[in-house]
Design a protein around this ligand. Structure first.
Ligand code: 3HC
Length: 288
């Protein structure tokens, strides 16, 4: 299958990555269906796309009206309806292998034979996910970064069975929506970005666990000294503290105690109102 045959995209999962991916796909001219398991999740994702497109429109950053882009976005809670006429399916469900495998197995049953099945997983094995299907050569990683509408990079990851044709089509598709894809040719845990980025956040968390720095001081060093847009704790809150936690826990590696404590208390960062900073206060105050 080639890029010319991709017209309809299904995005499974309407959370922060799913709705963002659906948004950039619609901005790129594709018809998109977003599916989640509850109507409430789907509605929430749709509202966030609407908010984001209106913001971009106000700033003159869209080539067409927000309304025209939104008109290409459909929503459903029915997986079969979402994927039955999709040329490209992008999964962005929770980072739990059982859920990924169940999802891919159902998608494989209902999606057209020619469809490419992509996963937005941050670190799980594309080869393992692909083995839940009868078309592992058509399964590929398409890893976007948060927030997809602002972040250019997309990792296009090969599983063991991914064909060049599938990876090249996924790469061309990412380019067609104005992203900058890179190939990750080995299905390594964390691909390239998270292999580098998770230790960046974790080193700071180990230092905080040992009382060697404060959250604000560690963040300030990277923002003011290195010019990073966010320091390690702010970035962890932004992406979700559970993401880095699962990255380590899955491979039975130690997790910094401050991270463990946040996950145990369900203070997962911005999405839950509290993480290393307190977002309920409105201005992100360090509360550790
Ligand atoms: N859509 C539209 N507008 C948005 C928006 C969105 N999704 N998000 C923010 N905005 C708006 C804001 O509301 C604000 O509008 P205003 O000026 O009217 O108030 C405007 O954009 C500017 O926002 P900010 O001042 O917050 O921020 P910046 O534009 O300077 O940058 C950022 C925001 C791009 C998120 C920047 O802080 C950044 O690059 N941070 C690092 C992000 C990063 O590294 N992401 C990758 C994480 S790792 C990952 O995703 C991997 C995964 O596997 C875990």
């Amino acid at each position: 299958m080639t890029i010319e045959t991709v017209q309809r995209v299904a995005v499974l999962g309407a959370g922060s990555m799913g709705h963002g991916i659906a948004e950039v796909a619609a901005m790129g001219g594709y018809d998109v269906t977003i599916r989640d398991i509850e109507q409430e999740f789907v509605d929430d994702g749709y509202d966030q796309i609407e908010w984001s497109l209106e913001k971009l429109e106000e700033k003159g950053r869209l080539d067409e009206s927000a309304e025209d882009i939104l008109a290409r976005v459909d929503t459903t809670t029915d997986l079969e309806a979402a994927v039955s006429d999709a040329d490209l399916v992008i999964e962005a469900v929770p980072e739990v292998m059982d859920i990924k495998e169940d999802t891919f197995s159902s998608v494989d049953e209902h999606a057209p034979d020619h469809a490419i099945l992509a996963s937005n997983t941050s670190s799980l094995s594309i080869s393992d996910i692909a083995s839940a299907t009868d078309r592992p050569e058509q399964v590929v990683g398409l890893h976007f970064f948060n927030p997809p509408v602002k972040m250019d990079l997309v990792e296009v990851t090969y599983g063991e069975a991914t064909s060049d044709e599938t990876a090249e089509t996924a790469y061309a598709w990412a380019e067609s929506i104005d992203k900058t894809p890179i190939y990750v040719r080995k299905d390594v845990h964390g691909f390239v970005v998270n292999t580098v980025l998770v230790p960046f956040m974790e080193e700071a968390a180990w230092m905080r666990s040992e009382d060697e720095t404060t959250i604000q001081e560690a963040d300030a060093t990277m923002v003011y000294e290195r010019g990073f847009p966010m320091g390690p704790f702010e970035l962890n809150d932004f992406g979700g503290i559970d993401i880095g936690y699962h990255f380590r826990a899955e491979s039975d590696q130690p997790v910094p105690p401050v991270v463990e404590e946040k996950v145990d208390n369900e203070n997962l960062g911005k999405k839950s109102g509290k993480g290393f900073y307190d977002y309920d206060d409105g201005d992100g105050v360090d509360y550790l």
